[in-house]
Design a protein around this ligand. Sequence first.
Ligand SMILES: [Zn+2]
Length: 109
Amino acid sequence: MVAVLQRKAQLEDRLAALEEKLRGIDAELDSHQSRDWEELATERETDEVLEGEGRAGKAEMAAIRAALRRVDEGTYGECVQCGEEIAEARLDLLPYTPFCADCANKRQR
Ligand SMILES: [Zn+2]
């Protein structure tokens, strides 16, 4: 059993890493503004990848912040859908998940 405080530290580390990464992505995108025409086509592709990563990063950050709120509320590790405990192995992989495996599967269908 991993202690909730350990999970919290894990989540906070991940959140800080994501913030750092998103700052890098924004800086990279900004630096692409003033370049030659020839470079623009390749950069546009790069930008799309970066923007995709940025979106994914922001979504993950929102999920992590929600998980940290549940830590504070003492409900971390419980499925927000059915209230069952989320399996440790699942939290190891997705420490910010609000759903147990069953509910996550049902939502994807
Ligand atoms: Zn559930």
